[in-house]
Ligand binder design. Sequence first.
Ligand SMILES: O=C(O)[C@@H](CO)OP(=O)(O)O
Length: 211
Amino acid sequence: MSGTLVLVRHGQSEWNLKNLFTGWKDPDLTELGVKEATAGGKALAETGIKFDIAFTSALTRAQHTCKLVLDEVGQPDLETIRDEALNERDYGDLAGLNKDDARKKWGEEQVHIWRRSYDVPPPGGESLKDTGARVWPYYMTDILPRVLRGEKVLVAAHGNSLRAMVMVLDRMTKEEILKLNLATGVPMVYTLKADSTVAEKKILGDMSGAH
Ligand SMILES: O=C(O)[C@@H](CO)OP(=O)(O)O
């Protein structure tokens, strides 16, 4: 029996708009972010999906996105599990700094390595590998068993906690993950096989503008 796993990155946050490293800081969605999350929810509603459970992080922007998606699919009261295992990567000393100022200070390449590499952490923060070290066990113990039982599971989380999940689901290498950016509010719909590999992946929207 194959289940469905839907991953959605939160809509634009106040700090995305201000171009600040965010990590575990807790800004809410902007007006555009609300629109993006709502559009993602509408796209899911058009597929007719009804979820059995939702997961989100301990951070407001992901929880708000989760709520907006559930409203759109007509399940505003669905059981939702919040866990900091799904939080954004901890950006350490960079949290709150402007991304362009950081590029001026440390150079374009270094900042890109901190933002997108697999195993180079930003100062005082988590690499994608470190983020994966909390995301992957949580996925294995709390999320995947439900999908394998045939449930339809929504996960509303963050650019990097979701990149960690996508890296495993799409069997990406350390080199490939460098180039992966997830668009805000665009649902990725995975159908999994009984052996937990991917039978089908559909992207309900446009990932091309993601950065
Ligand atoms: O600031 C952050 O926490 C993340 C997500 O917005 O940024 P980045 O794109 O650098 O991973």
